[in-house]
Design a protein around this ligand. Structure first.
Ligand code: AMP
Length: 314
């Protein structure tokens, strides 16, 4: 299995200025795996309850996601509910978290899953993330981790321990500030890199992402959209595009990481155009490639030629 994700599969209730959507398919591993599946084969390890709809299993299967690791337990599927600011869509309040069967989640990887070359530890309890990493039969080519405030506030010690052992850390700007105690994002990323990760991706909502790798900093804008319906899962779809691209190409150079960030940006941009997975479920290769090409144009500007300088006034 080239790419494995361990995370949440959920039913989300979300309110944005575009409306309310109740009990719709969500979860970190769901968004990630659908997004990554456009580039790479991907295996999913998660738990759901007996209320999980067959149509949602079919949806995951329709993307050829390997779901032998999707455990169905007695009880209810994880429920999460959030509300976005009417004035500022970048702000979100968690209204309710019901862990349900997710509270007893104890992932057990199969032999094939243990040998995965790329591992994404999606947003789950950091002590489980650490446990999964310990189950790998060999060190994967790349291990990436995402988290959220719920776990930063509730399990920071285990989070420190797992972060030390990953290559890539994804966090949004609020999360990395509270995780490191640094207000400045460059200082915060540097502080994280001193502990272990060689790459830090700071997600900044509709301001795009900052990618730190050693001394290199890459800034990717968000794809400019006229209408944002629901930002839920944008971060996971970003990570799915990012890791899917890297798993498919095996290019772990700085150029590879920069392109991966752009693939992630494109996938995140589709996620926000609908509630739940409605939009990312129905993409064609052309949709994705066209946005990738448009982003290249948006970011291009003429470099100073040899011997040329800026039009100084004095
Ligand atoms: P994002 O918008 O990328 O932060 O991801 C939101 C997704 O994370 C939603 O679909 C939720 O179901 C899921 N989620 C919310 N809270 C948690 C949590 N504490 N642990 C794992 N997944 C969560």
């Amino acid at each position: 299995m080239p790419l494995l994700v361990v995370g949440s599969v959920a039913y989300d209730t979300v309110r944005t200025s575009a409306g309310l959507r109740k009990d719709a398919l969500g979860g970190s591993a769901t968004y990630f795996s659908i997004s990554a599946s456009y580039f790479s084969t991907v295996g999913l390890v998660a738990v759901v309850g007996q209320d999980f709809a067959n149509s949602d299993i079919d949806l995951l299967r329709s993307h050829e996601i390997e779901i032998s690791g999707l455990e169905i337990r007695q009880g209810k599927t994880f429920r999460w509910s959030g509300e976005y600011g009417a004035e500022d869509i970048n702000t979100r309040d968690t209204i309710d978290t019901q862990l349900n069967v997710f509270g007893e989640f104890s992932p057990k990887l199969s032999d094939v899953q243990r040998g995965s070359e790329y591992l994404f530890l999606a947003n789950i309890d950091p002590s489980l993330q650490l446990d999964v990493l310990g189950q790998m039969s060999q060190r994967p080519n790349l291990v990436a981790l995402d988290t959220m405030n719920f776990w930063i506030d509730g399990g920071i010690e285990s989070l420190y321990r797992v972060v030390e052992n990953v290559d890539v850390l994804f966090m949004d700007e609020g999360e990395i500030r509270s995780f490191t105690g640094e207000i400045n994002l460059v200082s915060a990323a540097r502080k994280v890199m001193e502990t272990g990760p060689s790459v830090v991706v700071v997600k900044r909502g509709d301001h795009g992402v900052l990618l730190f790798q050693g001394d290199d900093v890459f800034s990717a804008p968000a794809f400019p959209l006229e209408s944002v319906i629901d930002p839920t899962g944008a971060g996971d779809c970003f990570a799915g595009g990012f890791m899917g691209y890297l798993a498919a190409t095996g290019d772990l150079s700085n150029t590879g990481f920069r392109r991966a960030a752009m693939a992630g940006t494109v996938m995140g941009s589709f996620a926000v155009e609908s509630f739940s997975v409605d939009r990312i479920n129905l993409l064609g290769k052309n949709d994705i490639e066209e946005r990738f090409r448009t982003l290249t144009k948006i970011m291009a500007f003429e470099p100073l030629a040899e011997g040329e300088s800026l039009p100084w006034r004095y």
